[in-house]
Design a protein around this ligand. Structure first.
Ligand code: HEM
Length: 343
């Protein structure tokens, strides 16, 4: 009962100890069951996000294969299918030439693509002689996958659209990389999009600049934890990793205010301080959907850039892009207005 101490960690090495080296003392996420909050509902009691200790470990390990490379490989047609509706909307907009809010329409892509994840989770019940999920665990975690993956992925797509409009040269370079890949490999799927090195750099830099989640990377301290000779994190306190600080600190990233995708290139990625880039958290309790989210974003951008050019309009916020931060997420305050031109 009563107030709990919260420790804000703004040091990548301390965060590494907490999230990885001494994970056994920080296995659980700090209490998310705030009354009236998004996880206050009892349906979430058995969700990955809330579960603790051994129960979390069981649900996490049964669910992890849902996001394996072999499962993701089967998802390209489903993601493509989910994207058709979105492309239909974009196509109509390109014909009118009017400015519109692309962020409001990107949500369409996610819903259908995620049906596959939740079906795979249900299938995990059918393997006899293996640890499987109970009905209530399947229900809670299917809902969690929608909730955790839906807004985050569409927000990431929105941020990428913003970057492409703000930096048309970057948009053009990514498009050329995609066109070249299509010419050489034909099919653009899970395997081939891994070759889009420049797109990957732009995506990582966009996640550093604008993380869809900034305050959610939090753990509960199980036993008193000695940080150094003077500081002890008390048992029961909440430890929050300050992702925004890590992403913008000159201690971890050279010229952090400059949008420079090449800092993630093969030649320079050693400049990114270990454990300082963490839009998906870090350690055994990081985002389970990271690879799926990256696949959805990459396949969506491939389709978009091969067919359309994103251009700024009167309402485009290139200079003062305003963001709204809630208890978990950070998203564009006024949508992302732009125009699309068919290629
Ligand atoms: C761009 C998209 C996404 C971003 C930026 C994102 C970010 C995050 C972050 C920061 C965490 C907390 C990690 C930590 O505490 O260390 C998290 C956890 C989680 N995410 Fe994601 N996420 C995204 C997409 C997804 C998708 C698509 C799914 C599922 C389909 C998903 C499912 C989850 C789940 C279940 C957890 C809790 C994991 C656990 O406690 O074991 N996320 N995500």
């Amino acid at each position: 009962m009563g107030a709990k101490a919260t420790v804000l960690v703004a040091d990548a090495d301390v965060a590494k100890d907490i999230q990885i080296k001494d994970f056994h003392n920080f296995t659980d996420r700090a209490n998310l069951k705030l009354k009236g909050g998004p996880f206050g509902d009892s349906r979430f009691d058995e969700s990955f996000l809330i579960l603790r200790g051994k129960r979390w470990k069981k649900v996490r390990s049964v669910s992890t294969p849902t996001f394996s490379a072999s499962k993701l490989k089967t998802m390209t047609p489903i993601i493509d299918d989910a994207f058709k509706n979105f492309i239909h909307i974009i196509d109509k907009r390109s014909k009118t030439g009017h400015e519109f809010d692309i962020y409001g329409n990107e949500n369409e892509v996610q819903i259908n693509a995620q049906n596959k994840d939740t079906n795979d989770l249900k299938d995990s019940k059918q393997h006899k002689n293996e640890i499987s999920l109970t009905d209530s665990e399947v229900l809670a975690n299917s809902t969690t996958l929608y909730l955790a993956g839906y807004e985050t992925t569409s927000t990431a797509l929105g941020y990428m659209s913003h970057i492409f409009v703000k930096y048309p040269d970057i948009q053009e370079r990514v498009r050329q990389e995609v066109q070249k890949l299509q010419e050489s490999d034909g099919i653009l799927d899970y395997n081939t999009v891994q070759k889009l090195d420049f797109m990957d750099c732009v995506l990582k830099e966009t996640f550093r600049f604008y993380s869809p989640i900034v305050t959610f990377v939090a753990r509960e301290c199980h036993e008193d934890y000695k940080l150094n000779d003077t500081i002890v994190i008390p048992k029961g306190s909440s430890v929050v990793v300050d992702v925004h600080y890590l992403h913008y600190s000159p201690d971890y990233c050279c010229e952090p205010e400059v949008f420079d995708p090449m800092r993630f290139s093969a030649d320079r990625k050693h400049e990114i301080y270990p454990n300082s880039w963490q839009p998906f958290g870090s350690g055994p309790r990081n985002c389970i959907g990271m690879r799926f989210a990256l696949l959805v974003v990459k396949l969506s951008l491939v389709k978009l850039l091969l067919n359309y050019r994103l251009i700024s309009g009167a309402k485009t916020e290139t200079a003062n892009f305003s963001l709204t931060t809630t208890i978990f997420t950070q998203s564009p305050s006024n949508g992302i207005f732009l125009k699309v031109a068919q290629l």
